[in-house]
Design a protein around this ligand. Structure first.
Ligand SMILES: NC(=O)c1ccc[n+]([C@@H]2O[C@H](COP(=O)([O-])OP(=O)(O)OC[C@H]3O[C@@H](n4cnc5c(N)ncnc54)[C@H](OP(=O)(O)O)[C@@H]3O)[C@@H](O)[C@H]2O)c1
Length: 302
């Protein structure tokens, strides 16, 4: 079996770490990017242009590929205007649709597609403990985006291709994503809990997330899996742990929902919603985390 993997969204936070790991484990990486300036051509690391919005894709990217890892999508962490909401939804849908139509019409021999999904599929709740088989939903923007994303992925099943969706929690990375946004104000002595502070935040260390993608890739596991660490925390405890790791006091009270909404608009729901999510399903298949507890993850990252 060829060891070439095709990755979309490879230039992002998760993608960069994943590509590095794939290369270090001897995989050849092909990746699709919407930015021509990001295309490099090395023997084991080749970039190809695509633009799902215009159904434009360089079909050579599929040469020798058996597995696709899909991470593409315009960032959710931007102000939700009408235009950005449309882009958040359609970029994810169109990326998968273009991969699907390309594989189907050219009969490329793909065995497995592994796609990012998100724990935002689970409704806001301070009491539920979400497992993958949870069926309820609501009509909120996040639920609509993630449900449509997972539905687009299901189309590959009709081509006899194994599909895996990883419902990713808040990814903790030293340089990008949520952690610098939380640790920056704490470092500057202006950190405080966000919203009620009681909301559950299901996080995962970037290294464990990359290891989980590799685990799914190497063991050909299919289905839907939560990609969160075993111990979610409440937001106020998250900020306290960051302050402890940085040896800073928390001098300010909570920033309430109203102020957050004023500052960030509707996208403030990303930080105020509560999702306590279980990691048991993937652990039961043998996946072992390096970072179970937030304090250990933070002392590694901060
Ligand atoms: N980070 C998290 O905490 C988190 C949590 C849950 C789920 N996720 C999901 O996991 C995926 C990867 O996350 P990430 O944090 O690595 O995201 P990221 O840093 O924003 O990277 C996403 C990548 O998607 C590609 N992209 C952007 N706009 C696109 C468009 N219009 N069409 C096609 N591709 C486009 C970009 O690649 P090019 O510019 O090279 O095309 C970009 O590098 C995302 O879909 C995200 O929603 C992330």
């Amino acid at each position: 079996m060829s060891n070439t993997v095709l990755i979309t969204g490879a230039t992002g936070l998760i993608g960069k770490a994943l590509v590095k790991n794939c290369l270090s484990q001897g995989f050849n990486v092909h990746y699709l990017t919407t930015r021509k300036s990001k295309i490099t051509t090395q023997d084991n690391h080749k970039g190809f242009y695509w633009n799902p919005e215009f159904d434009d894709i360089d079909l050579e990217c599929f040469e020798g590929v058996k597995v696709i890892i899909n991470l593409a999508g315009s960032s959710i962490a931007q102000r939700w205007t009408k235009a950005s909401k449309s882009s958040i939804l359609t970029t994810r849908k169109k990326a998968l649709e273009l991969l699907y139509s390309s594989v189907k019409s050219h009969n490329f021999k793909i065995k497995h597609i592994i796609s990012a999904s998100a724990i935002g599929i689970y409704p806001d709740s301070k009491t539920r403990y979400y497992k993958e088989d949870f069926q309820g939903t609501d009509s909120s923007f996040l639920r609509t985006v993630v449900s449509s994303w997972e539905n687009s992925l299901k189309a590959f099943i009709s081509l006899g291709i194994k599909t895996t969706a990883l419902r990713i929690g808040i990814v903790l990375d030293k340089h990008e994503g949520a952690l610098p946004k939380i640790s920056g104000p704490v470092k500057a002595f202006i950190g405080s809990p966000l919203g009620s502070g009681d909301q559950w935040q299901s996080w995962i260390h970037i290294d464990d997330l990359v290891r989980m993608f590799m685990f799914v890739l190497c063991s050909n596991i299919e289905g839907v899996f939560n990609a969160v660490a075993p111990n979610p925390v409440q937001q106020k405890d998250f900020v306290k742990s960051v302050a402890k790791a940085l040896k800073r006091p928390l001098l300010f009270p909570k920033i309430n929902k109203f102020l957050l909404n004023l500052a960030l608009g509707e996208m403030s729901t990303i930080v105020t919603e509560s999702q306590r999510v279980s990691s048991h399903k993937i652990q039961n298949l043998g996946f072992d985390y390096n970072f179970h507890e937030l304090d250990v993850a933070l002392s590694d990252l901060l």
